[in-house]
Design a protein. Structure first.
Length: 294
């Protein structure tokens, strides 16, 4: 497993690998999958998605998720020390210094820039535009009960970038509904994730949709899921998708319905399990797009 690989790494390297959350790859998948949807949708009918682009965006997802986590931990190191689940994070625990983290962040962003420069000019500008979201997202939990919305705007930028990397620009009739679908999806899985820490968050003054929705969480999650599925259908209609695609959308809908129906927001371990299972939702949609193209 990823966690075992991190534990097997040399001791001085381990805090940096944990800082970029390599031991918890679920978040990297959730960042990467909207990119893969977009790349696959942009493929010509009857063709497989561009393997080079899928690989390039995979590397970019690891680097940018790592950079995002580093920025998040730099902003939140004082909060993290007060929450049981996050107190062992490298910065909060003092395993590495703020200066070391900043140097490491610079290295990750430099490598990510190298990946971005492999794309066309339109995509380079589009990708650079997301950096302000990456930097400011961790602050949102201090000022709004909707930080999950800002995470969605940040995490799903690849739904725009993947298409432009293949086609040279965004076709908004496809890219915008796909982006909206990703944002709604993030509101589902990250609200579930936030329920793990709601008691600690309430004590230290951090805001989240989990605290905002409280007992109405399942109703809100159902609404977000419906909006996601409708947006996916609109994106498919606007690019001429076929039966396998809509079958995958239906399967993703069933998976989300099961998540929401069986979710126990009072059990952190169940919230984590439901959160991590969203990788399956993303892979189902990618396979649907691939088979729909073929």
């Amino acid at each position: 497993s990823a966690a075992e690989l991190v534990r097997a790494a040399p001791g001085p390297l381990q805090p940096y690998l944990r800082l970029m959350r390599l031991h918890q790859p679920a978040g990297t998948w959730l960042l990467y999958l909207p990119c893969s949807w977009s790349i696959a949708l942009a493929a010509a009918p009857g063709c497989l998605p561009d393997g080079r682009m899928l690989a390039l965006f995979g590397v970019g997802a690891v680097l940018m998720r790592g950079a995002g986590c580093t920025i998040n931990d730099l902003w939140d190191r004082d909060y993290d020390r007060k929450v049981a689940r996050t107190a062992s994070r490298p910065l909060a625990a003092g395993d590495i210094s703020t200066f070391q983290s900043l140097v490491f962040l610079g290295g990750q962003l430099s490598l990510a820039l190298g990946v971005l420069l492999c794309l066309n000019y339109y995509s380079i500008l589009l990708g650079a535009a997301s950096l302000s979201l990456v930097i400011t997202y961790p602050l949102m939990k201090r000022i709004t009960y909707w930080p999950q919305l800002f995470l969605g705007l940040t995490f799903n930028w690849g739904a725009l970038l993947g298409w432009s990397a293949i086609r040279g620009s965004c076709e908004w009739a496809v890219c915008l509904p796909l982006y909206v679908a990703g944002v709604m999806w993030t509101l589902v899985y990250d609200t579930i994730y936030a329920h793990q820490d709601k008691r600690d968050d309430a004590v230290i003054g951090v805001k989240s949709t989990a605290l905002h929705f409280q007992e109405d969480t399942k109703r809100w999650l159902s609404g977000f899921s419906l909006a996601m599925l409708l947006s996916l259908c609109l994106a498919g209609l606007n690019c001429g998708q076929t039966f396998p695609y809509y079958s995958a959308v239906a399967a993703a809908g069933l998976h989300l319905a099961h998540q929401i129906y069986t979710l126990d927001t009072e059990r952190p371990e169940d919230c984590w399990k439901k959160f991590a299972s969203n990788r399956t939702v993303g892979i189902l949609l990618f396979m649907g797009i691939l088979l729909g193209n073929l």
